[in-house]
Design a binder for this molecule. Structure first.
Ligand code: FAD
Length: 505
């Protein structure tokens, strides 16, 4: 006989993770009779207050919730994002875009970049950006929706994400979750009760005396990891050896006063002991400096940040400490952690909100009954650990693949011994220009190519099939692809024109 279904879900924490979970679970499971979802949050504690850049999967999350994009853009003061511009990562004075969407167009059944590599060998040194509609539109400040119905259109190779005000996004989701029946409880959780034999969490008690019982607890309490880390004692896997940045200082500022339009890009500029983000929203610019405390003091990091702002600061600097890594089991007993409570990898590729989203999808796929069978829990944990590992390797690539030798930090990064998975990818690309995408990992061939090729990893060969096409034909086709992309970009509206046209600004 099957065990009774879960009737009471308790979400502890109302940051981006908590409200994403509440909105999605109430949308998907809300129709189940007798299911109660409660979210507890403490305004006095507040949220981490950062987390504004996303990757294209967020578009699907919003669609799942039935969110109207124009309304969302308006209410969260969002902008579009076609990729990330990396400045000074390869060497000082160099920049490139890691775009969403694909480069060029596959030919003879093999990936476009092999023809680009052949072009390089023939002396055509055009940078990869010219073959990406996302990179070119981003740099030109233009935006349009992808044309999914027409595979021959360059717009079919475009993908986009959002940059939004995280506080507004949480409130936007909160309204939907409450309308779908989620109960919000305000207050600080001070006690957590566990079953004396199984150790399962049974109840949380708040400072004001309120008690909330549950069967499934979702820990969205941020870096505190109140249930998973503090109560159940699940250890943290520390990756700071490969990702030495462990601090951030963040601040919002006004937009440039010149009236210039922003590009639909997040910008990451490498600094002496880390990097600085710039995330342009409709009403302000989010900025932060991620740095390694072993190589730079808090004062110097703050000064560096403040010296590189577009406009006037809108608040005082927000200092955040973190360690790169994750809890070894993100689901333990009847507690599932989402967001910072489960782990954190620095925001270099804007992956944290995506990890919340994929955690929710995975929880729905392995949704437990009151039996909480271990086989599903183990599977959930193994898949989550793999996600973190794949993303870690991609982030480490950015630090490893650099020619910078102008500071102790960059010398450490350039000479570090890469994790095995990254090493195998680097070896393969160096040998033949091939990129191996393992087990449907989050970052595609485009992403790996972008960072490897643009940060100076040299492929000594290309796919033999590219050699079959005569040299002048390869050069002609490369030039044609560039021309098609440039022409398509010139016909796209600017981002501001586009936002105005959909009523999203
Ligand atoms: P939090 O926002 O910290 O929320 C925790 C919640 O738990 C709060 O509501 C708090 O009140 C509540 N809480 C805690 N303790 C208690 C208690 N005892 N009782 C009651 N309630 C409690 N992600 C991206 O995708 N893109 C980015 O660009 C990005 N940039 C980032 C930059 C930095 C420097 C950092 C640190 C993170 C960044 N992230 C980014 C990550 C992103 O901010 C988080 O993943 C996301 O906001 C989710 O946070 P959270 O909800 O887990 O935690």
């Amino acid at each position: 006989m099957s065990a009774p279904p879960i009737r009471k879900i308790v979400i502890v924490g109302g940051g981006t993770a908590g409200w994403m979970a509440a909105a999605a679970l109430s949308k998907v499971l809300g129709a189940m009779p007798g299911l109660a979802i409660t979210l507890i949050e403490s305004e006095a504690i507040g949220t981490v207050g950062v987390g504004e850049a996303t990757i294209p999967q967020i578009v699907h999350f919003n669609k799942l919730l039935g969110i109207n994009e124009a309304e969302f853009m308006r209410e969260t003061h969002a902008t579009y994002k076609l990729g990330i511009e990396f400045v000074d990562w390869t060497r000082l004075g160099h920049s490139y875009v890691h775009p969403f969407g694909q480069y060029g167009i596959d030919m003879l059944g093999i990936e476009f970049h092999h023809f680009w590599l052949k072009g390089l060998a023939l002396g055509d040194a055009t940078a990869l950006d010219a073959y990406s509609i996302g990179a070119m539109a981003g740099k030109a400040g233009r935006f349009y929706w992808p044309e999914t119905g027409n595979p021959n259109s360059p717009l079919a190779r475009l993908a986009y994400a959002f940059q939004f005000d995280a506080g507004r996004y949480a409130r936007f989701l909160r309204r939907r979750a409450e309308e779908a029946g989620v109960t919000r409880v305000e207050g600080r959780v001070t006690q957590i009760e566990q079953h004396p034999e199984t150790g399962f969490v049974t109840r949380v008690a708040l400072e004001n005396g309120t008690q909330v019982d549950g069967e499934l607890f979702i820990d969205c309490s941020g870096f505190r990891s109140l249930l998973l880390g503090q109560t159940l004692g699940v250890p943290f896997l520390d990756w700071s050896k490969w990702l030495p940045c462990d601090r951030a200082v963040a601040i919002s500022c006004t937009k440039r006063e010149t009236g210039a339009e922003d590009q639909p890009l997040t910008r990451s500029t490498a600094r002496k002991a880390g990097w600085q983000w710039r995330i342009p929203l409709q009403h302000r610019v989010g900025n932060g400096h991620v740095y390694a405390s072993a190589f730079m003091s808090e004062d110097e990091a703050t000064e560096t940040l403040l010296a590189h702002l577009d406009g006037t600061p809108l608040a005082s600097p927000n200092h955040i400490r973190f360690t790169g890594g994750h809890r070894t089991r993100v689901w333990e007993k009847n507690v599932v952690a989402l967001g910072l409570a489960g782990g954190f990898l620095e925001p270099l590729e804007s992956t944290a909100i995506h990890l919340v989203q994929s955690g929710i999808a995975r929880l729905l796929a392995y949704f437990p009954s009151t039996a909480f069978t271990q086989v599903e829990i183990d599977r959930f944990n193994a898949e989550t650990a793999q996600d973190y590992l794949d993303i870690r390797d991609f982030l480490v690539l950015h630090y490893k693949a650099t020619a910078r030798n102008d500071s102790e930090f960059w010398n450490y990064c350039r000479t570090l011994d890469p994790p095995d998975g990254l090493k195998a990818k680097l070896d393969m690309f160096r040998s033949s220009g091939r990129i191996v995408r393992e087990h449907n990992e989050l970052f595609t061939e485009t992403s790996w190519l972008s960072v490897m090729a643009c940060q100076g990893i040299v492929a000594s060969d290309h796919h033999p099939a590219a050699a079959l096409l005569p040299d002048d034909e390869v050069l002609r086709r490369l030039s044609h692809v560039r021309g098609v992309i440039a022409s398509a970009v010139s016909q796209m509206p600017t981002q501001d024109q586009f936002l105005a046209s959909i009523g999203g600004a």
